[in-house]
Write a protein of this length. Structure first.
Length: 287
């Protein structure tokens, strides 16, 4: 009985060790201004439970807004390594406008995500959609792009193969982005930030919602076609988001099922991405 977990631990140990080393390497690649943004984001997320305990739950919308904006600054700042200012502004604008439009259509028609509505907790709102929501898309899409770029080959085929490759990346990025929602939706529904007209199968959330997220994120990625995404630092952001959400939901917010499901889904993408990255470094550095 004891041997089975021991064998599993023995198999997983080298993988987790390599992943830990990879994350450390990713942290070391951060530039000075990126480390400032990284520190602000990390402090905000870690301090949120403490602030809520001391100041009260009514402060949550402010802490959530601060957490989103600091992660936007971090993700966009990392993209600025390899993207020209105009390209960065153009892509950010496309994501913000498109995400807002998708949410407006979703709220008013029930398409994509099912019938749902935002409460008045998050303000201000435009078209019954809080202004913060499109920024949440912007904060997590770049890390999802990094996951897809890490898992898939760096080869850039031409013609039909190139289009298939771009589509595969978009689909994978959409899935990695949707995995984050297995953490997000249960927490925000429990806090009354939004609600579905008819409770669904996953902790009150319709499975259709996740299909809608996947489709929308895949479509946005296919339209933007992100290239030269700095993989390591954005993978670090994706992985730490998973870890912090798992701790938050599992320990502080009393949602162990969501914590477990989110860890499995989002953690699987992070693990696959880091394994691929580790192999690239091994082959590039030689024997």
């Amino acid at each position: 009985m004891v041997a089975v977990p021991f064998v599993k631990l023995k198999v997983l140990s080298p993988i987790l060790t390599a992943m830990s080393h990879s994350m450390t390497r990713g942290l070391r690649t951060l530039a000075h201004h990126e480390r400032i943004a990284f520190g602000a984001w990390l402090v905000t997320w870690i301090s949120t439970p403490i602030v809520l305990w001391t100041a009260g739950e009514h402060i949550f919308p402010w802490m959530a807004s601060l957490g989103v904006l600091t992660q936007v600054a971090l993700s966009v700042g990392i993209l600025a390594r390899t993207w020209a200012p105009f390209q960065l502004a153009s892509v950010a604008g496309k994501i913000l406008i498109s995400a807002w439009a998708i949410e407006v259509v979703g709220v008013h028609t029930g398409l994509l995500f099912g019938r749902y509505a935002y409460s008045d907790v998050l303000q201000p709102q435009l078209g019954s959609v809080p202004w913060l929501i499109p920024f949440a898309w912007l904060m997590m899409l770049p890390p999802a792009w990094a996951v897809a770029a890490a898992i898939l080959s760096d080869d850039r085929p031409e013609g039909v193969q190139r289009r298939s490759h771009l589509l595969a990346r978009a689909i994978l990025a959409g899935a990695a982005f949707t995995a984050w929602d297995t953490f997000l939706d249960p927490q925000m529904v429990a806090r009354g930030l939004w609600q579905w007209a008819t409770p669904g199968e996953y902790l009150g959330i319709p499975l259709r919602n996740f299909a809608g997220w996947w489709f929308a994120a895949t479509l946005l990625t296919a339209v933007v076609q992100p290239k030269n995404v700095p993989r390591m630092p954005l993978l670090l952001v994706y992985t730490l988001t998973c870890i912090l959400q798992a701790i938050g939901l599992g320990i502080f917010w009393g949602q162990p099922v969501a914590a477990l499901c989110g860890t499995i889904t989002m953690g699987s993408f992070a693990l696959m991405a880091w394994i691929r990255e580790s192999r690239r470094w091994k082959y590039s550095s030689g024997p």
